[in-house]
Ligand binder design. Structure first.
Ligand SMILES: Nc1ncnc2c1ncn2[C@@H]1O[C@H](COP(=O)(O)OP(=O)(O)OP(=O)(O)O)[C@@H](O)[C@H]1O
Ligand SMILES: [Mg+2]
Length: 193
């Protein structure tokens, strides 16, 4: 688990978007799990992103018209999974994030912490090796943020998922094994804890 900190505008989100293949770098290259992203076509990049990366965001980015369950199932539907396999995986994922109840509720009927749990379950739908989290606790109160951070750490250990977490909160950063500090688009500090 690696934390990325730095002032606003230092390039934290840009870095995550580059690693996640949402943006392409104007120079340089990124190797993801041994694959150079610059060597991939657009469809190859999409496939790599789909299979290797889960994203979670500050504002959850759930689809408001879909229930909790349907939000989590969506990436699996897009991959053409059969219905019974989807149902099985969704209930497994919701158990993993501690959301066995309220699964038929819409996002607007859920608390911030519950919404982030749904978003985390969705990001993990195919158990990607890498989870990119852009200020996942930034929109939560302190206690709920701590709960979500605990869940993220637990997933890091239990699933052995690599987690890159952008945060403004040094106590969140200190729960990682490594802290990278960005300033003006460059890494100015690399601390191993
Ligand atoms: N698509 C883009 N094209 C050009 N410049 C961009 C683009 N997106 C962001 N920037 C610029 O790149 C710099 C880094 O932005 P970025 O959003 O990565 O910062 P950040 O560290 O995530 O900040 P914050 O903590 O406020 O979220 C900023 O100066 C921003 O204006
Ligand atoms: Mg940002």
């Amino acid at each position: 688990m690696v934390a990325i900190v730095g002032p606003s505008g230092s390039g934290k989100s840009t870095l995550l978007n580059l690693i996640g293949g949402l943006d392409r770098p104007s120079s340089g290259d990124i190797a993801l799990d041994g694959t150079r992203l610059s060597s991939l076509s657009d469809s190859g990049l999409t496939r790599t992103r789909r299979d290797k990366i889960g994203f979670i965001f500050q504002f959850f980015n759930l689809l408001p018209s879909l229930s909790c369950q349907e939000n989590v199932a969506l990436p699996l539907h897009l991959r053409g999974w059969p219905k019974t396999k989807i149902e099985e995986r969704v209930s497994e994922l919701l158990g993993l994030v501690g959301l066995a109840k309220r699964i038929d509720h819409l996002p607007e009927e859920m608390s911030g912490g519950e919404r982030q749990r749904v978003a985390i379950a969705r990001a993990l739908s195919v158990y990607p090796p890498i989870l990119l989290a852009d200020e996942p606790t930034g929109n939560l109160d302190t206690a709920t943020g701590a709960e979500i951070l605990g869940l993220i750490r637990d997933l890091n250990q239990r699933l052995q998922t690599t987690i890159l977490i952008v945060t403004h909160d040094m106590s969140v950063a200190h729960s990682a094994q490594r802290i990278l500090t960005l300033r003006d688009g460059r890494i100015v500090d690399d601390k191993r804890l």
